[in-house]
Design a protein around this ligand. Structure first.
Ligand SMILES: C[S@@+](CC[C@H](N)C(=O)[O-])C[C@H]1O[C@@H](n2cnc3c(N)ncnc32)[C@H](O)[C@@H]1O
Length: 215
């Protein structure tokens, strides 16, 4: 059990999901064998549905890793949708570049190298869909920086917000994760209270929050 859902629920939902294409499957295998955390299958499926509904033209992602979710988002959006993704680890950037260059989406995905805290101060575009999937302890900071670039009617999806269930109950909190848990709790409180935004927390994967900016 992942502490968010009972294993039988997760297994059942995963059993219903359609297979991804071969390229994504190869990346899933690589991620599993090399312990690279990528978006979980039911969260990936949720993203696909949101992207079909929202039809974004400009996506910003914080946390590229090997480029799996960037490629997945390219696959589920139209040819006029561009994706900008931020990553600070050189080894991940190299792998993501390789993976992206092997797809038909390479002209639509741009990797920005560096710490998101700094990179997010330097953007000049506007985005209608933002995916936060990086250091959980910095989510409030990422969120506040990102909303400056978010179009009215835009959406921010934040992954891992329930962090193995620890965010919802002290009974699960591991001592060395106390600070991250405290910050995630503050983040969830914040996105539920901030004016002109509407949020929902969905207990799938490791917990996903979706935040809508009013028009
Ligand atoms: C969970 S992984 C991203 C997975 C990816 N979104 C996917 O599903 O395929 C998180 C990534 O964020 C990167 N990261 C964490 N904090 C960051 C920061 N402050 N700036 C830039 N990248 C960061 C990590 O190096 C890691 O590769």
């Amino acid at each position: 059990m992942n502490q968010i859902n009972e294993e039988y629920i997760e297994d059942y939902i995963r059993g219903l999901l359609p297979d991804n294409n071969l390229h994504l499957k190869i990346m899933e295998k690589y991620a599993e064998e090399n312990h690279v955390p990528i978006v979980q299958p039911e969260v990936a499926q949720f993203l696909k549905v949101l992207l079909k509904l929202k039809k974004p033209k400009n996506i910003l992602e914080v946390g590229t890793a090997i480029g799996y979710s960037a490629i997945l988002m390219a696959e589920y959006t139209g040819e006029h949708c561009n994706i900008t993704t931020i990553e600070r680890r050189n080894d991940m950037i190299k792998l993501a570049e390789e993976n992206i260059s092997n797809t038909i989406y390479k002209s639509r995905i741009k990797i920005l190298e560096g710490d998101a805290e700094e990179v997010l101060l330097t953007l000049d575009g506007k985005y209608d869909f933002i995916f936060l999937d990086a250091a959980k302890g910095q989510y409030i900071d990422f969120f506040n920086k990102c909303i400056k670039y978010l179009e009215p009617g835009g959406v921010i999806v934040s992954d891992n917000v329930l962090y193995k269930g620890m965010v919802a109950t002290d009974a699960l909190v591991i001592r060395r994760k106390k600070t991250i848990v405290k910050r995630l709790r503050q983040f969830l409180q914040y996105i539920n209270e901030i004016e002109c935004y509407t949020s929902s927390i969905i207990p799938i994967g490791d917990g996903v929050a979706i935040t809508y900016r009013e028009e």
